[in-house]
Design a protein around this ligand. Structure first.
Ligand code: WTA
Length: 636
């Protein structure tokens, strides 16, 4: 695969230009490096209005053949997955490409034996164990569509996602070990299914910890009873490039999370291309992405991108602070990790809990270190650069989204320059632009605006599951003929992009996307809550925290007990990641005459900024602003 790796600045510039002048020719060349059973009939058909984007349509193949089979002859004994357990004493597990193929085939045959067919949806609610990768690839092998749900979401949130995509099967484990917690995974699945998930026929349970769980003989099946005994050969289902590969739910500014749909061909080409270029992976390297498989980063850069590239992908079960805040660095030292990819929130937390802690470990194997999910502040960037990279590892600050499938803007290590906090330049094939609120494109450099994409790249989302109109209105209707990212950005004097953050009602908490409307809906479930409004505020560790303003019916009793109940409701409705950091009890919310909450004021107060509210002349109840200020909670 070496030939799709860029190796110099001149080459990047040349390829970038080619990708703009002749996108079809550019991507056709990249796609020709993969194994196809039949060539595509056209490289791209695109319309940003409907929207309707198709890459490599008519091309027939199976992504797992590209992830696994084609590496076997030369690299069958190369480790594909290197697993490190939550507990440092647990022996590491290695699955070579040969072994992984055999495990995937057995699991694929087991899924077939359960009646799973091409196009069926399968929900995952799993910890970070090798079996999650095995089962995801097994779905792809037989053309079933995986919908992985982060195992920190509540039963309610899981049930919503299962129902929306009508999953036939749920794959889970008995329990999940994370740090010193022992989380009852199967119990949450049982609870979710009891909430009317009628589409679920079976639950496949991997016995990860050996603890006892409730059992329903009609539905539940132990993985151990049906997977290991299967034949380890399974002919891959031949898919069209535009067949659906997976659904992944993500939060937006309104309503319930939506199922972002990615298809097989473009996603394969793009994740592999970006993995090889952004991390400059070389054969024999050990690459580690610390994300959870429940997020897009886990899909694209723990599983698909690395395996498509024949890489060794390290998978970690635990948390950065267990047994202590040196764990990441201990794992880097133990496995001589070469590329390390994590989130700013983890960097900030580790920096805060032991500034010099990394000095205890030998991190000399590292070549490239990466960051994803939220803006990285300069202090964290410098610590990462000095303490982890020892000033000789380029930092790749990668900007992208669930909807983009892969990294769109990032430095190329050792090739393009780096500037702290800048995601910098678009990768070949990516055509970003900044627009003002009227959609007028801002020309030239040194400008700030709303970040859009003018042209499709192969792994752009195709639709939102079951609701194409929502896809159109969310991403393609704000600005004419452009994909709108929801982020604000600045382009500096040399054309580098700096991502400022979301401009919509999405909060990015520790790199997790949470919609304000979702949290409000959850808080409103409390019997004594009449109305609530949720905004983000800058948080030292998490990037953004959640600040909730709540109007009650006056019957709440002791305030702190009430606040605790609100946190419990949010945990039940969504999961602990959405718990507000602050709950201010108020009597009114600032509203315009048309009844819209003026969130700008609420954001300012949550930030601790009590002036400069801008134009408040349209407020129906300006008198409430003083009360809001007086009751504001001090944070950070
Ligand atoms: C934010 C994660 C600044 C951004 C892959 C985006 C970033 C949202 C960066 C998508 C970055 C992601 N710098 N902000 N390098 N990377 N973001 O869908 O606001 O979980 O819109 O995808 O994270 O989050 P998602």
């Amino acid at each position: 695969m070496k030939s799709i790796q860029i190796s110099s600045l001149a080459e990047y510039k040349e390829l970038y230009q080619k990708s703009v002048d002749d996108p079809q020719g550019f991507w056709e060349e990249v796609a020709s490096h993969f194994t196809w059973r039949q060539k595509w009939s056209h490289v791209l058909k695109s319309d940003f209005i409907t929207p309707d984007v198709r890459w490599f349509e008519g091309g027939k193949f199976n992504i797992t053949e590209n992830c696994l089979d084609r590496h076997i002859e030369k690299n069958g004994d190369t480790p594909a997955i290197l697993w490190e357990g939550n507990n440092p004493e647990t022996p590491s597990v290695v699955l070579t490409y040969k072994q992984l193929l055999s495990e995937v085939n057995k699991c694929a045959n087991a899924l077939k034996s359960l009646g799973i067919k091409k196009g069926d949806r399968i929900c995952f609610y799993m910890p970070m164990i090798p079996q999650v990768a095995v089962a995801i690839l097994a779905c792809a092998r037989i053309g079933a569509i995986h919908s992985v749900v982060f195992a920190g979401f509540s039963a309610n949130a899981l049930a919503d996602r299962i129902k929306d995509s009508e999953c036939k099967l749920v794959i889970c484990s008995d329990y999940n070990r994370r740090g010193n917690k022992n989380i009852p995974v199967k119990e949450v699945v049982d609870e979710a299914i009891a909430m009317g998930c009628d589409s679920v026929e079976k639950v496949l349970v991997y016995n990860a910890t050996g603890q006892s769980v409730n059992w329903n003989n009609d539905k539940d099946i132990w993985w151990e009873n049906i997977v290991p005994q299967q034949n380890d050969v399974c002919e891959p289902e031949i898919m069209d490039a535009e067949d659906v590969l997976f659904i992944l739910y993500t939060s937006g500014s309104t309503g319930k999370p939506k199922g972002v749909v990615h298809t097989c061909g473009g996603y394969m080409v793009y994740t592999c291309y970006t993995f090889l270029n952004v991390f400059q992976y070389k054969p024999g390297d050990v690459y580690w992405c610390t994300a959870d498989v429940g997020w897009i980063t886990g899909h694209s850069y723990i599983i698909y991108g690395p395996l498509l590239s024949g890489a060794t992908s390290l998978m970690f079960e635990g948390v950065p602070t267990y047994p202590d805040s040196g764990r990441f660095w201990q794992v880097c030292e133990k496995h001589k990790v070469n590329q390390f990819y994590t989130a700013p929130t983890a960097i900030r937390a580790l920096m805060a809990s032991g500034y010099d802690e990394p000095d205890k470990y030998d991190l000399s194997s590292l070549k490239v270190i990466g960051s994803v999910g939220e803006p990285i502040n300069e202090e964290a960037w410098n610590w990462y650069y000095e303490k982890i990279g020892h000033k000789n590892c380029p930092i790749v600050d990668t900007w992208w989204q669930t909807e983009t499938g892969g990294i769109l803007i990032s430095p190329l290590p050792g090739i393009t320059d780096m500037k702290p906090c800048f995601a910098s330049y678009p990768l070949p094939g990516v055509q970003p632009c900044l627009v003002d609120t009227n959609g007028v494109e801002l020309e030239g450099n040194n400008v700030e605006g709303l970040l859009c994409m003018k042209f499709p790249w192969p792994s752009i989302l195709r639709t939102t599951y079951g609701d194409h109109e929502r896809c159109r209105t969310t991403y393609f209707s704000t600005f004419n003929n452009k994909y709108f990212t929801g982020d604000g950005a600045r382009r500096d004097e040399d054309g580098r992009y700096r991502i400022i953050g979301r401009v919509d009602d999405v909060i990015n908490v520790s790199g997790h996307r949470i919609g304000t409307a979702e949290v409000e809906d959850a808080i409103n479930q409390h019997e004594h809550v009449i109305e609530s409004a949720v905004v983000g505020f800058p948080h030292n560790i998490k990037g953004q925290g959640i600040y909730a303003y709540v109007i009650t019916n006056g019957a709440i009793g002791e305030e702190n007990a009430f606040r605790k109940q609100v946190l419990d409701v949010v945990t039940k409705e969504i999961g602990p990641i959405a718990k507000p950091d602050a709950i201010q009890i108020v009597t009114q919310l600032p509203k315009t005459r048309s009844g819209k909450i003026m969130r700008r004021i609420l954001r300012k107060i949550a930030e601790g900024e009590f002036d400069n509210f801008g134009d408040t002349s349209t407020l129906l109840n300006p008198e409430c602003v003083e009360d809001l200020k007086n009751g504001a909670l001090t944070l950070n």
